[in-house]
Design a protein around this ligand. Structure first.
Ligand SMILES: NC(=O)c1ccc[n+]([C@@H]2O[C@H](COP(=O)([O-])OP(=O)(O)OC[C@H]3O[C@@H](n4cnc5c(N)ncnc54)[C@H](O)[C@@H]3O)[C@@H](O)[C@H]2O)c1
Ligand SMILES: N[C@@H](CCO)C(=O)O
Length: 556
């Protein structure tokens, strides 16, 4: 298990909408199979506000009630981050300082951590991808809440990382530690790639809590410090070097197709991140319908002049094969990287798209096309780097899975489909969710990664109808897509299957997707996440856009 401890503090959690950035940063790692412990401190200004409030009633520094009150700031931010991550489909668990047995001694407002129960966290991470923990707060040996000194969430993160033997990254409102404060001296401040502990203790203390640095220096730990959504940081605890890495100097410029259920949410997130992403143009069917949209001036219906190489990424959130497929190919040929949620377009023209990407060197990504926010494509791409895939089995359609669960709990088939449409899970023509059209495109995309060059000798396609949803007592029913190698060649099927109730795929609840990947070395990999809905799909699209920005020539 590859664990990373991350810490989000008030300098980056400036408001509730800043939680989205933290979610995207977490998803960046969980989609690559990292397990995350997120330590969270209060929203910007909250701790001061709560201390002032305490001071209005009593002498805050001597009251045993002060840590109880101040800790509500961390509790609020951490629980909301956990909920935001769940909404975006990241399997998440929240743990309080008391639940992880974080004990500290010393003054009640400036205590030092002495012990914790790392097993609670490692056991959680066997079941989920993320555990969120409030920072700054611990318990005294007698069970009273105590605080770890101002900036103490840094210490919580460093302490937990030490006990888990995991790397730690502290997110700040600066992208690195500089040799002088950039707010004071401007561009003459030079960023460090790394800083040894002696120098870090002299330079980095306005950014990182001194106690946390001393703890890390004593233990010889490595601590990364950087900004959100960036591909660079300063590494504390390594020989001092100034920054050599290329950095992103301007927002990523994008062209988008589609402003429907997913597209509207994606554009909303881009507007929140205008420092990072600039929406240049949006292809819609009828721009006149959206005059009051903040991006109205960018809306166009002119598909023929849409392909131009004046953007960094084309984001396809359209439907159907055409014109998405032509636009994806056009942008790739023009050297513009692309990401697509439109599985029909990518599945229909995968060879052409791969050829265009290869010829121009642009990146072709389509994580959101399969699994929504469940990182099935990432898992398969990782798997084929070092292994041969023997089989894939998965629940790959959120709508039908949601409907099966709803029908099982007593709802009518039609009412469940209506609900899936209302929640934005279903395809524009929702028969595609029931007759294998949606899953067929997804299975093709997975097959092309897992079994390149092979097509199934046989493909069995089943449909979902009201009458077909008969669930035998004690069993589970799932629409399962399979692709597997046999001596007779590649076989594939997608159909309703009766499975044991404790089968991994039956564990996919509602709109969740799940996949099981069997490898030739005997390993079995499991992938889970929300397979449909605007939030998880947007997260997946953003992760592709930000990955393209980090990995492409954009930062040179
Ligand atoms: N809804 C989900 O949960 C989900 C998840 C993963 C992937 N997807 C995929 O994302 C895409 C969008 O899904 P959605 O739920 O937002 O659908 P939607 O129907 O709400 O939105 C699609 C948008 O694309 C626009 N569009 C289609 N053809 C166009 C054209 N020729 N010119 C301009 N605009 C055009 C439509 O007007 C509409 O606004 C689909 O390909 C879908 O399969 C959806
Ligand atoms: N309609 C699709 C959207 C995600 O691809 C589903 O329900 O799975």
């Amino acid at each position: 298990m590859s664990i990373l401890v991350v810490k989000f503090g008030g300098s980056v959690l400036v408001s509730e909408s800043a939680l989205h950035r933290a979610v995207s940063e977490i998803y960046r790692y969980t989609r690559d199979a990292r397990k995350i412990i997120a330590v969270v401190s209060a929203f910007k200004g909250q701790t001061d506000q709560l201390l002032r409030l305490a001071g209005a009633y009593t002498q805050a520094s001597s009251s045993s009630a002060t840590p109880h009150l101040v800790a509500t700031g961390e509790m609020r931010a951490a629980t909301l981050l956990a909920m935001a991550c769940e909404r975006s489909g990241i399997p998440t668990r929240f743990r309080s300082a008391s639940e992880i047995g974080l004990v500290a001694d010393g003054e009640h407002l400036n205590a030092n951590p002495v012990s914790m129960k790392p097993d609670v966290l490692t056991k959680d991470l066997e079941a989920v991808d993320l555990v969120v923990v409030p920072g700054y707060v611990a318990e005294s040996a007698s069970g009273e809440p105590v605080l770890l000194g101002r900036g103490g969430s840094d210490l919580t993160a460093v302490f937990i990382a030490d006990k888990l033997g995991a790397p730690v990254r502290l997110y700040k409102d600066v992208d690195a530690i500089y040799d002088a404060d950039p707010a004071q001296v401007g561009d003459s401040a030079k960023p460090f790639d790394s800083l040894n502990w002696d120098e870090a203790l002299k330079i980095a203390f306005p950014v990182v809590q001194n106690k946390a640095m001393r703890y890390a220096a004593d233990k010889g730990l490595i601590v990364e410090v950087g900004g959100l959504s960036k591909g660079y940081q300063t590494v504390l605890g390594a020989p001092t070097t100034y920054r050599k890495a290329a950095v992103l100097k301007r927002p990523i410029r994008i062209a988008v197709m589609g402003a429907g259920g997913v597209g509207a949410k994606f554009l909303e997130r881009c507007l929140e991140w205008s420092d990072l992403i600039e929406v240049d143009r949006v292809l819609v069917r009828d721009p006149s319908k959206r005059r009051d949209h903040p991006l109205a001036a960018a809306f166009t219906s002119d598909a023929r002049n849409f392909v131009r190489n004046d953007v960094d990424v084309f984001v396809d959130i359209g439907t159907g094969v055409s014109p998405s497929a032509e636009l994806l190919e056009g942008f790739l040929k023009a050297g513009v990287s692309v990401t697509s949620a439109n599985k029909q377009a990518v599945a229909a023209s995968g060879d052409k798209l791969r050829a265009a990407a290869k010829a121009s060197g642009a990146m072709l990504t389509y994580s959101a096309s399969v699994g929504g926010g469940a990182p099935v494509i990432e898992a398969l791409k990782r798997a084929v780097k070092s292994h041969k895939v023997k089989s894939i089995a998965g629940v790959l359609n959120g709508t039908s899975n949601f409907v099966i669960d709803q029908v099982e709990s007593g709802k009518s088939f039609d009412a469940a489909m209506d609900e899936a449409r209302r929640l934005g899970f279903a395809e524009p023509d929702s028969t595609a969710d029931l007759d294998g059209t949606d899953v067929g495109a997804k299975l093709k995309l997975l097959r092309e990664i897992a079994f390149p060059g092979l097509t199934p000798a046989h493909l069995e396609v089943g449909q979902i109808t009201e009458e077909s949803l008969i669930i035998p007592t004690g069993k589970g029913l799932r629409y399962v897509a399979r692709c597997y190698l046999t001596e007779q060649g590649l076989q594939a099927s997608m159909k309703l299957e009766v499975l044991d109730r404790d089968h991994y795929l039956v564990g996919a609840r509602g709109e969740q997707n799940r996949a099981i990947i069997e490898l030739d070395n005997g390993e079995t990999w499991y992938v889970t996440g929300k397979g449909a809905g605007a939030w998880p799909t947007t997260e997946s699209l953003l992760a592709d856009v930000l990955q393209i920005a980090r990995e492409s020539k954009l930062s040179q």
